[in-house]
Design a protein around this ligand. Structure first.
Ligand code: NDP
Length: 498
């Protein structure tokens, strides 16, 4: 059934949000819209469920999360069809996204006790009569607001870790991918039928805004930098802590001793998978002069081979119709400012598709270099050496991920990138490494999902000291004598004053 005129745009009909395929306009499904005034009640229910969920303990939650992981793995193909139907993503890309999400559920479930569970930590000499204990307790209700571009991977990156830490989760999916969001929550309810531990609220931005103000205990936001600022402002009203996973403009650096075939292959994948609609997608490439021409040639050849189409193609439609204008504007602006299209160009945007475009020698102040394009486009610019490449890569307010190809200096160059993540001789791989934290710096956000840091992000440290002996250096009591204080001062001078 064709539900809307502009394929891909969601519509609200009565109390239903209808989600459609961006290539065909076919309905992908419909979900009930949550009235913004009801969001508080959903959060209250989640809080009540939270007591039960917390009491299950790490082992009980681990078992439930592993059962959910099993369902996700068993039904991967079904979920991939839904991701494709709703966002237009090619099925193989959807499967790769789901595999990554499954891996994170597994790791979060298996490691929550080790990372967050109660443990003894060492005492120090000045307070040797006390033992020290640390544990990480859940916040309570975590709100998760997610984008449409990775509708499985991004919410699970927050929700699985928050759930493993003992929180309940109220999830507001993007209006472009509500059906996938609902599928995640429904499958979770199959393994946790007793209480509403993981729930959704659906609607447009106003429902997300209501969630920020619904007395949640923490908010995990993934989306654009512009919306992140609004979310932070709303959360500031109640001092609700926020985790921000925002946009990016990731760079790839190709050094003189790089394997150029491997670099070109990874560059085209990193820049054009999911039609370039990837927060950690490669959008800018800096190549040292001696290998520039050879590298560009290989990139253009590979990108030129990619197929574009509705289903069995390498590149699917652009999910959000308005993004097509942004992509076109960036290409036109780059060319108007003296850049050259080595592949594609202004005609590459043919709604609902954008064809691969490789722009060369684009001025560094052009929109295609400075702003998130979110299309299958790359700017490839030549640099004198790796130092200039690093300086240019670091020149933007964004700092999410990045990639370096090379041998001798590649790891050192990756360390110098002002970003939360980097991959050496690959692109995007850090996202699938569940043992590593994921997140950005600057306008790309703050806080971390994934890995040990990702678990701690959804729990507050609870520190407890416990007396185990009488104090020899009495200081924290009005019963202390001048001699006690003098002994303390002498001890500290002996310990630290030399
Ligand atoms: P948006 O910022 O437009 O939307 C993100 C979410 O916020 C959606 O669920 C949206 O709802 C909701 N929202 C909109 N307005 C408000 C508001 N005032 N208060 C609360 N919530 C609101 O981003 P997109 O969905 O377009 O996603 C693309 C962006 O996400 C890109 O910038 C990309 O780089 C970034 N991203 C970052 C990632 C990371 O890990 N750093 C990963 C993936 C994407 P609705 O859709 O209903 O408007």
């Amino acid at each position: 059934m064709t539900a809307v005129q502009l394929p891909g745009s969601p519509v609200i009909e009565g109390d239903r949000l209808i989600s459609t395929n961006p290539a065909t306009g076919d309905e992908a499904g419909r979900v009930p819209v949550t009235d913004p005034t009801d969001v508080v009640r959903v959060v209250e229910r989640a809080r009540a469920a939270g007591r039960w969920w917390a009491e299950l303990g790490f082992d009980g939650r681990r078992d439930r999360l592993l059962r959910w992981r099993r369902l996700l793995a068993q039904r991967m193909e079904q979920l991939a069809e839904l991701v494709h139907a709703e966002g237009g993503k090619p099925i193989p890309d959807a499967l790769v996204e789901i595999v990554t999400a499954v891996e994170h559920v597994d790791w979060a479930a298996r490691n929550a006790r080790r990372v967050l569970g109660p443990r003894r930590v060492r005492s120090r000499l000045v307070l040797a009569e006390f033992s020290a204990h640390l544990e990480y307790q859940p916040y309570g209700v975590v709100g998760v607001i997610g984008p449409w571009n990775y509708p499985v991977f991004t919410p699970i990156g927050s929700a699985a870790y928050a759930l493993a830490a003992g929180n309940t989760v109220v999830f507001k999916p993007s209006e472009y991918t509500p059906v996938v969001g609902q599928w995640l929550v429904d499958t979770f309810a199959e393994v946790v039928p007793e209480q509403q531990v993981f729930t959704t609220v659906h609607g447009l931005g106003d429902v997300g805004a209501a969630l920020c103000r619904a007395r949640i205990d923490k908010l995990a936001f993934t989306g654009s930098t512009a919306t992140a600022k609004k979310v932070m402002a709303a959360c500031a009203e109640s001092l609700t802590p926020v985790l921000v996973e925002a946009g990016g403009k990731d760079a790839m650096i190709v050094d003189a001793d790089a394997d150029l075939d491997a670099a070109a292959e990874a560059c085209v994948w990193g820049g054009m998978t999911n039609a370039g609609q990837t927060c950690i997608g490669i959008e800018r490439v800096y190549v040292v002069e001696p290998v520039f021409d050879a590298f560009l040639d290989k990139v253009v050849t590979r990108a030129g081979r990619l197929t574009v189409g509705a289903r069995d193609a390498d590149i699917g439609p652009i999910t959000m119709p308005t993004q097509l204008d942004v992509i076109r504007r960036h290409i036109e602006d780059a060319v108007a400012r003296g850049g050259r299209a080595a592949l594609g160009g202004p005609d590459a945007v043919q709604p609902p598709y954008a064809y691969p475009t490789v722009l060369v020698d684009v001025p560094e102040d052009a929109a295609a270099v400075r702003e998130e394009t979110f299309g299958p486009t790359l700017t490839v610019n030549r640099v004198r050496d790796a130092d200039e490449a690093v300086a240019r890569a670091n020149a933007l307010p964004y700092g999410l991920g990045g990639s370096v190809f090379g041998r001798r200096r590649a790891a050192a160059i990756a360390g110098r990138l002002r970003s939360g993540m980097a991959s050496v001789n690959s692109t995007l791989t850090f996202a699938g490494m569940s043992t590593l934290p994921f997140g950005g710096v600057g306008e790309s956000g703050f806080g971390r999902i994934h890995g040990e840091d990702g678990l701690r992000e959804f729990a507050r440290a609870k520190a407890v000291t416990r007396r185990r002996a009488r104090s020899l250096l009495r200081s924290t009591t009005f019963e202390r004598t001048p001699a006690d204080v003098a002994r303390l001062v002498r001890a500290v001078k002996m310990l630290y004053g030399r």
